[in-house]
Design a protein around this ligand. Sequence first.
Ligand code: AMP
Length: 480
Amino acid sequence: MMKRLADLPESDGHNQDSLQEECAVFGIYGNSEAHLLTALGLHALQHRGQEATGMVSFDGEKFNYFKGIGHVGENFSAGSKTLNDLKGHVAIGHNRYSTTGLNEVRNIQPFLTEMGFGNFAIAHNGNLINAERLRTSLVETGSLFQSTTDTEVIIHLVARSHQNDPVGRLTEALQQVSGAYALVSVVDDQLIGVRDPNGIRPLILGKLGDAYILASETCALDIIGAKFIRDIEPAEMVVISKDGIKSHKISTKKPSRFCIFEYIYFARPDSSLEGRSVYQARKDIGGELAKEANIAADLVVPVPDSGVPAALGYAQQSGIPFELGIIRNHYVGRTFIQPTEAGRTSGVMMKHNANSEIVAGKDIILVDDSIVRGTTSRKIVTMMREAGAKSVHMRIASPPTTNPCFYGVDTPEKDKLMAAKLTIKEMCAEIGADSLAFISIDGLYRAMGEKARNPDLPQFCDACFTGEYPVIETSYNKIA
Ligand code: AMP
């Protein structure tokens, strides 16, 4: 007898072992060069995931796919056979970053499956908090999983649905999952885009001629010359086909809780999300930080690249000159986006170098977007001292990161988060700075245009700073 999910023991949705991903998705319908435009879109979204990339396309007759470890350019180079073999008028793509070391080819998205009703391809950014429990139940009742990702749970739920049409099947599947998801999917000759009911992860809609585009960020539209239309709404599913675009609600829309960390760090500064420029948001956060925690100094120095807009805002607000006291080598990936501690440590050294002429003999304010494990801050402060800085004051453009994210941004377990273990004074001593200050949570909300954080209904998901998780219940019905 099939076990109802409600019969299974309540598991903690915040399982440390569950696979978490921070990824990019892209999809396009209605352009004969959909495969080329997808490769470009994925390239613009490279910052969201650098370990692997993949694409699925449909050419009217057959589905084509390719998945590879590494960057977009390494896998989809212009004129390559790989790319030519992906020719189609519909395509979806994915950039992946795995955080559990399971960077195996079988986990690379998009996933393509043959269902009773036809082919079904899907790519996911986010993290499902009830995936493990659903998976256990699905396996107990006969499903065979091909990967270790949470995304595959959706595929099995679609396969088991009794709904007639693929859109109904996907809707029913999504009604059983909890957490954060921005999805793109191809079902025969349709491109589908969906966002979770709280709209935690971004998904935007654009247009290029007659073609529609779905992407994690607007920078993926700019690179192909497409026009931004709007954000996909929380709980909205759009179905794009030769008949145009149709919008459905997959469930009741919940209060929007867009991830504030997208503005702080994750998104590209030239993107605009939820009607707000990421660059401007970062500058405003830096300005607010200067209002809250300024100190007399000669220079404001950003930790490149992540701290640059906030440092600029800080400098403009405080009137202290902005200088590039650290130079970044751009041929190294994001420090954090490396699975092992050894890789992360050498990554920081390979990535930054002191601009000694600028910082020697100066009192400097170093601005970065966040402290997670403390690896970057420790190295950078030491680097500034070795370059002859007289004093080093660290200012952080986010509140202390005290809690892991379970919705798709990689933050480590609580016991690896420096701010979860140490007081700010202890952190300051640990990184070797003369002073350390973070923007307050209310200051962060002020920078985002609010008077303060509304504790009853915060405008954003800020769980990494507050520990208040907007989706904790595992709400589902049953496996149909
Ligand atoms: P850490 O060195 O562990 O303290 O991490 C902080 C640095 O990593 C900062 O300079 C951020 O720019 C960057 N960072 C923070 N959070 C993340 C994340 N979730 N993924 C990738 N990089 C991050």
